[in-house]
Design a protein around this ligand. Structure first.
Ligand code: AMP
Length: 456
């Protein structure tokens, strides 16, 4: 088995790694560190939680140390581009840890906080700058930063960059970089648009890839309940009261939806916090900090804000709204079951979200257990599938149906039918002979399993 000492990493870096408690390199580290140490470009398919930060940071720190020189004024030697503020900060924190005491200066720059402090820091020149594309361009426009001396470029979470509309800033950044440099490019998925973007950044890259999308999903105990949209809030509240989750991440599709969940929970005395793009940076950091420290047990997030949330021990992920892109589901539930641990995910699927669930099952190959609604809830309305008219183009993939689409059939004739109206063998059903489990049993059995594991 490969050990960190097998890599040609400088001694002090080996020591930092050991101090950090890492013994065995993760698969992405095993694949990426040797070619990166040789100065090769890397095209990596890996998501957060795989150890990719160390995979690109350790060889880069090695290079910065062995070829030691001072960064000039308003220059950086290494540039890491990340899509979100949280991820940028997290990468900067990790790199500061990996290079502690080695005389390298690591800093981050992102929006939502005053720019002046960032300008002052950059004035002196830094070894490593971790930045989001928007703020980076602001700093360049204000002549506080030049990229002409970048030796190593990392582009992290490229697919998220594109989702967030960073393609234009990225295209502006490429020509500002020196031609002679090392580039490392990471993305959780590699559709054509991403590989085309990668071509612009990389030269003869070594391709590394770990854990196809579906494998994380396999470790998570996935459950689904079919429910009317209007009843989701009540079910969430009941679930929290019954389960008392330690560390629960709730995903909503919109920022407004996240705030609404927090408000409604607050109204019944349940404390939680929301994290999304409309929150100021201090608010986001406070929410994340409180969640990490266990001051609050519930964090409500949109997909974008949740990217890069690196919190160990998340016990539950709730899909309050189903994501309309299947890969996002894998990212979401991958927030739990980190570092080989298990976790539980519950998806609350409204009638107009059933197609999203079918897409997820197709991607992951895993059919979540269907958990019946508890007593006192109306069975969800029947899914309304628009008839496909010959010659008409099918709806664009990923287009989210309007919430007003399917009729709300509160008194459906399917009332009382197990499986929340979709019936056994319906989408995502485990089609078990004893029908759907009761909604609370799944979570209880999860706790029992956790307890058994702790005993073992
Ligand atoms: P990342 O994918 O870079 O966000 O890393 C996910 C988590 O794994 C972080 O908490 C890292 O500190 C941790 N980690 C990274 N590499 C290793 C390793 N070789 N052994 C143990 N933990 C690691």
């Amino acid at each position: 088995m490969t050990k960190f000492s097998d890599f040609a990493l400088a001694e002090p870096i080996q020591k930092r790694v050991a101090d950090g408690g890492y013994t065995t390199p993760s698969p992405i580290q095993q694949q990426a560190i040797p070619p990166a140490l040789e100065g090769k470009d890397i095209l990596g398919i890996a998501q957060t939680g795989t150890g990719k930060t160390a995979a690109f940071s350790l060889p880069a720190i090695h290079h910065l140390l062995t070829d030691k020189r001072r960064a000039g004024r308003n220059e950086c030697r290494m540039l890491v581009l990340a899509p979100t503020r949280e991820l940028a900060r997290q990468i900067a924190d990790s790199m500061t840890g990996y290079s502690k005491g080695l005389g390298l200066f690591v800093t981050s720059a992102f929006g939502g906080v005053p720019i002046n402090r960032q300008k002052r820091i950059l004035e002196r020149g830094v070894d490593v700058l971790v930045a989001t594309p928007g703020r980076l361009l602001d700093l360049i426009d204000q002549r506080c930063l030049t990229l002409s001396k970048v030796e190593i470029l990392v582009l992290d979470e490229a697919d998220q960059m594109l989702d967030l509309g960073f393609i234009v800033p990225l295209k502006k950044i490429v020509p500002m970089l020196p031609k002679k440099r090392q580039s490392l490019f990471f993305s959780a998925t590699m559709p054509k648009t991403i590989s085309q973007l990668a071509d612009q950044f990389l030269t003869n890259p070594v391709q590394v890839s770990v854990a196809p999308q579906s494998t994380t999903a396999e470790r998570v105990d996935q459950k689904v309940t079919y429910i009317n949209q209007d009843d989701k809030q009540r079910l969430l509240k009941d679930f929290i009261n019954n389960e008392n989750p330690d560390h629960m991440l709730v995903f909503t599709q919109t920022k407004h939806g996240a705030d609404k969940v927090v408000k409604n929970l607050m109204a019944v005395g349940i404390h939680s916090a929301a994290i999304h793009g409309n929150k100021s940076q201090p608010q986001r950091e406070r929410a994340l900090g409180d969640f990490k420290k266990g001051k609050i047990n519930i964090l409500v997030a949109t997909d974008i804000a949740a990217r890069g949330i690196d919190v160990d021990g998340i016990t539950h992920v709730i899909n309050f709204d189903m994501p309309n892109v299947s890969e996002q589901y894998v990212h979401r539930i991958g927030r739990t079951a980190r570092a080989g641990a298990s976790g539980i995910s519950y998806s609350l699927v409204a009638p107009d979200e059933r197609q999203f669930l079918r897409d997820v099952v197709k991607l992951t190959g895993v059919k979540p257990d269907v958990i019946a609604l508890p007593e006192g809830y109306d069975e969800p309305a029947r899914e309304e599938v628009a008839p496909r008219i010959y010659g008409q183009k099918p709806k664009k993939f990923g287009a989210r149906p309007t919430r007003s689409g399917p009729p709300k059939n509160k008194h459906s004739s399917r009332k009382g039918r197990p499986g929340g109206g979709s019936g056994r063998g319906g989408p995502g059903s485990n089609a078990s002979s004893d029908g759907p489990k009761h909604w609370n049993n799944g979570a209880k059995s999860f706790k029992r399993r956790q307890a058994r594991k702790a005993d073992a």
